[in-house]
Every structure is written in structure tokens, then in C-alpha cells.
Design a protein around this ligand. Structure first.
Ligand code: UT7
Length: 335
């Protein structure tokens, strides 16, 4: 039987470390508010003026993952790039990364599934592998969100949460009779909530790309109805978690580690309590990274492997919800 295996991982964040105390200088907020409401203590933002794009963050993470897999970029069959902040609107960052890696003629696709980009990406990679269309795939989740943020009190909800970073995984086809690698997944979308978290530019329903009113209404900055997204997350994620376990014919005791999307520590705590997951079986790092959207899960998984907090034979649940709405989960067994 053919299975999708994560052969290696890598992560990268820019050097510029921004603490809550740094934000107090520019936004009417407090360290206590941010920590209590989100769990975030610090994040990394590309230094203003630095000449980098999202693909550069991805490149650094990808190089580490490729080196750990001992793969030459030209060996790849596919690059899947999950981001909501591509270098430019067209072409996709996947093709830009392909060129920077020197992965000559390797096909590359971008996916725009925001916080669940990595989960949708895993599903796509597994489909390519199981249909024998690819054997070696590079999947990255990368965001350069700080350049889009309105770093003022008026939009402090988004300014304190979103951050920059990249995570990459090398996914390989493996012939085996063992039930390892990608076990199962569930993905959902509900466009009825598309207005709850959105970023208007460069597309605009009216067809006008930039008008005076867009700038006046600040549609060029991300907009988030935090309360609405929060409520959706704490109600939908436990239902999804249960459904995922049922689909995999597992119980929560069979899961060795939960790696949730890092949007808000309170969301993850609510999920953990509802699912009766012991504290040591859930990994959070939002405290140090903020919300790096498509990059949160691969960054966290890379850290877990590095710290040897997960090992061969462990079963992992990846889960998350974000803009779209999209939400989903994957069960994965480490080879
Ligand atoms: O990954 C993408 C998916 N996104 C999410 O999952 C985000 C989900 N939502 C959230 O994480 C939370 O809703 C936020 C962290 C964004 C906001 O937390 P909240 O507990 O929902 O706060 P709130 O928006 O209801 O605001 C409560 C109060 C308000 O003041 P009043 O009206 O009670 O006087 C806000 O003006 O806190 C105020 N406030 C702040 N105060 C200090 C909002 N943002 C800040 C801030 N610093 N940064």
C-alpha cells in the first residue's frame, strides 16, 4: 500500500523579535491584555525596509527540510505553497520559491486556505501521492503578514495577533503494509462567514482595485470580527475533533500529541478541555511566535521533533480553523 510520510521538517522566522512591550509603544494596549486574551508574549516581524518576500521566508525553511531529507530540489515532483500573503498577487509564491530553490521545471501550486492552508496542503499532497502522481513533495506554509497590518489602535485586534514565519515539510511516497504516515483527514469550509475575517485587496467585488473609498474604509488592511471567529472556533473544532477520531476509529487516548493552529491560546485551551486532552498532550507555541497563519502547524511540528517531544510510532492530531471559514484536521502517525 502507498502511504504519505513526512520525511523531514524545517522552520524559519525573521530575526526581528517584537515583544508585547514593543507594541505598547505604537498601540494603545498592555502586555497583560495581550497575554490574557491571546497567550501571545512575542512574535517575529520582518524588519521594515528589509527586501524580502514571503518566498524568502519559505526558502529558508525549505532548505532546512530538503537538507534533512537529503533531497536535491530538482528531485521534487511538486511544490505546494500555502499562504495568504503571497509575494505578489500573480504569480503564486510557489513558482517564485521553485526558482529560488533551483527546482528546475518542478510543478508548483499555491493554496489560499489561510489558517488551514497547511492542513489542506497535507490533504492535497496525500492525494497526489496516493494517486501516484508524485513521490516527493515539498509543502510549505509561510506568511509575511506584518507588512499588511494596520499597526495602530484602530486595528489592534489584528496587529497584536498576526506574525511572520515559515514551516516546511518534505513528503514522500512509501510502499508499506504498516498503517503509518497520513492516516485520515476531514476538511470543511463555510463561506457564509467569509466576511468575518478578510483582506480586501487586491481583489474587490465591484471590480475596482483601488479607489479612494477603499483607502478611506481601510479595506487594504485585514479585517477581523474576532468574537465571531472565536465562537466558531470553540464550537466547531471539538465537533471536528470527535468526527476525526471516529473516522480514524480511534479514541482521544490513542492520540499522543495534538498540534493545533496557533490563533489564540484560549481557543486551544477550550478545545483541550472539551476533548479531555491532558495538558502534556497538546503543544502550543503562540506565546513565542504569535499567529503565523499557514505556518503555525509546520513550525510547531518542527519544534516538537527537534525537542524530541514526539517519536516514531506516535499518533498526531493536527487541527485548526480560520478565515473562509475553513476548518479541518489530519491524523498522522510518525514512521
Ligand atoms: O487565525 C485566524 C483566526 N482568528 C482567530 O481565531 C481569532 C479569534 N479571536 C480572538 O482571538 C479574539 O477575539 C481577540 C484576541 C481578537 C479579541 O479578544 P476578545 O476577548 O474577543 O476581545 P474583544 O474584541 O471582545 O474586546 C474586548 C475589549 C474591548 O474593549 P471594551 O469594548 O470592552 O471596552 C476592546 O476594545 O478589549 C478591547 N481590546 C483591546 N484592549 C487592549 C481589543 N483589542 C485590544 C488590545 N489591547 N489589543
Amino acid at each position: 500500500m502507498i502511504r504519505s510520510i513526512i520525511r523531514s521538517t524545517g522552520r524559519y522566522v525573521p530575526d526581528n523579535h517584537v515583544t508585547n512591550h514593543d507594541l505598547i509603544e505604537i498601540i494603545d494596549t498592555t502586555n497583560e491584555w495581550i497575554v490574557q486574551r491571546t497567550g501571545i508574549e512575542a512574535r517575529y516581524w520582518v524588519k521594515e525596509g528589509d527586501d524580502v518576500g514571503t518566498s524568502d521566508l519559505a526558502l529558508n525553511a525549505a532548505k532546512i527540510a530538503l537538507e534533512r531529507a537529503s533531497w536535491n530540489p530538482e528531485e521534487l515532483d511538486l511544490i505546494v505553497f500555502a499562504t495568504m500573503t503571497p509575494d505578489v498577487n500573480v504569480p503564486g509564491s510557489g513558482t517564485i520559491l521553485q526558482d529560488k530553490l533551483g527546482a528546475k521545471y518542478v510543478s508548483a501550486i499555491d493554496i489560499r486556505q489561510q489558517c488551514t492552508g497547511f492542513l489542506y496542503g497535507l490533504e492535497i499532497c496525500d492525494a497526489y501521492i496516493c494517486s501516484r502522481k508524485a513521490k516527493k513533495i515539498l509543502l510549505v506554509g509561510a506568511e509575511y503578514q506584518s507588512r499588511h497590518l494596520e499597526k495602530t489602535t484602530a486595528n489592534r485586534d489584528t496587529a497584536i495577533i498576526f506574525a511572520d514565519g515559515a514551516g516546511a515539510v518534505c513528503i514522500e511516497a512509501l510502499e508499506t503494509e504498516e498503517e503509518v504516515g497520513f492516516i485520515t483527514s476531514i476538511l470543511h469550509a463555510d463561506g457564509n462567514f467569509s466576511d468575518a475575517l478578510k483582506f480586501g485587496l487586491p481583489a474587490k467585488k465591484s471590480g475596482k482595485v483601488i479607489t479612494k473609498s477603499i483607502v478611506e474604509n481601510k479595506e487594504h488592511f485585514p479585517y477581523m470580527d474576532g468574537k465571531s471567529v472565536f465562537i466558531q472556533a470553540i464550537t466547531r473544532l471539538p465537533k471536528l475533533g470527535e468526527a476525526l477520531l471516529q473516522k480514524a476509529m480511534m479514541s482521544i487516548e490513542d492520540i499522543d500529541m495534538v498540534v493545533p493552529h496557533q490563533a489564540n491560546l484560549r481557543i486551544n485551551e477550550a478545545f483541550r478541555e472539551r476533548m479531555k486532552i491532558p495538558k502534556e498532550k497538546m503543544y502550543n507555541n503562540i506565546q513565542r511566535y504569535g499567529n503565523t497563519t499557514a505556518a503555525t502547524i509546520p513550525i510547531a511540528f518542527d519544534e516538537l521533533l527537534e525537542k524530541q517531544m514526539v517519536k516514531s510510532g506516535d499518533t498526531i492530531m493536527f487541527i485548526g480553523l480560520g478565515a473562509g471559514l475553513t476548518w479541518g484536521g489530519v491524523i498522522y502517525k510518525i514512521i
